[in-house]
Design a protein around this ligand. Structure first.
Ligand SMILES: NC(=O)c1ccc[n+]([C@@H]2O[C@H](COP(=O)([O-])OP(=O)(O)OC[C@H]3O[C@@H](n4cnc5c(N)ncnc54)[C@H](O)[C@@H]3O)[C@@H](O)[C@H]2O)c1
Length: 256
């Protein structure tokens, strides 16, 4: 509210801002790219899958926004560096990053859990988030601040049998989120994480059955929009006093 008591209407509160969304070619990331667009931000969609990434970029443009797709494997330093360099070359700045790309290799008993599964989860879900923060944060510091949201999981909060690499990666994401939040608070770069429960996306296709639904006290699976809304809000000025938080977006899954 302004000093004369008139409530100013908020129009495109992220106008002029630039956001990177990794894993933006599908599910939660696509939904976040569209919501950043609605709020007025320009969006860089980074994904290993070119078809999905280009599709999201086209959806952003159809919605009247500006988008750039950069094919990126977040587990590779040179790809992540190129993702950030191309963002700066195209749009001149970086304000927000939703480091959300991830893989899930299934619930596999320990004797059958392979080293390849372990490495894949750790390299993409954990090292990928670390590499993204490492290359994104210096550009946010240049602007006098910024905001990062990393996608973790309820598997980063509680245990599930057979979740070895995935759990290690997501508990790790929560840890490095807090480390970066503390280290960069003086630069006004805020870093938070979201922990979704089962969200109706291609990744969770094998989990969308009644036995899992009943584990969510709110009585439904999550939608990609539920997580996207939380991530975009955490990036916004409305969350300007929030950093280092690990926030469940889980319909109450972790309550019992
Ligand atoms: N869907 C769920 O139930 C659920 C629950 C908890 C956490 N999550 C997390 O949410 C995030 C998004 O998942 P989603 O549900 O939208 O799944 P999704 O499969 O729809 O999307 C994941 C995207 O990440 C991309 N990706 C995979 N490996 C990549 C890499 N090396 N580099 C760049 N991009 C890569 C994929 O191509 C895909 O577009 C993941 O980090 C996932 O672990 C999902």
């Amino acid at each position: 509210m302004s000093q004369n008591g008139i409530i100013e209407k908020e129009v495109s509160p992220m106008n002029g801002k630039v956001a990177i969304v990794t894993g933006g070619g599908s599910g939660i990331g696509r939904s976040a790219a569209l919501l950043f667009t609605k709020k007025g931000a320009k969006v860089v969609i980074a994904d290993i899958a070119a078809t999905g990434g280009e599709e999201t970029a086209a959806m952003v443009r159809t919605a009247g926004g500006e988008a750039l797709f950069v094919r990126t494997d977040v587990s590779r330093t040179e790809d992540v560096k190129a993702m950030v360099d191309r963002t700066i070359a195209a749009f001149g700045r970086l304000d927000y990053a939703f480091n959300n790309a991830g893989v899930f290799t299934g619930l596999i008993p320990l004797p059958e859990y392979t080293e390849e599964m372990w490495d894949k989860n750790i390299n993409i879900n954990l090292k990928g988030v670390w590499l993204c923060m490492k290359h994104e944060i210096p550009h946010m510091q240049e602007n006098g601040g910024g905001a990062i949201v990393n996608t973790s999981s309820i598997a980063g909060l509680v245990a599930f049998p057979g979740h070895y690499g995935y759990a290690a990666s997501k508990f790790g994401v929560n840890g490095i989120t807090k480390v970066a939040a503390l280290e960069y608070a003086p630069s006004r770069v805020r870093v938070n994480a979201v922990c979704p429960a089962v969200i109706d996306t291609p990744m969770a296709a094998g989990l969308l059955e009644e036995s899992y639904k009943s584990l969510h006290p709110l009585g439904r699976f999550g939608k990609p929009e539920d997580v996207a809304a939380t991530a975009v809000w955490l990036c916004s000025d409305e969350a300007s006093f929030i950093t280092g938080q690990i926030l469940g977006v889980d319909g109450g899954y972790t309550l019992p």
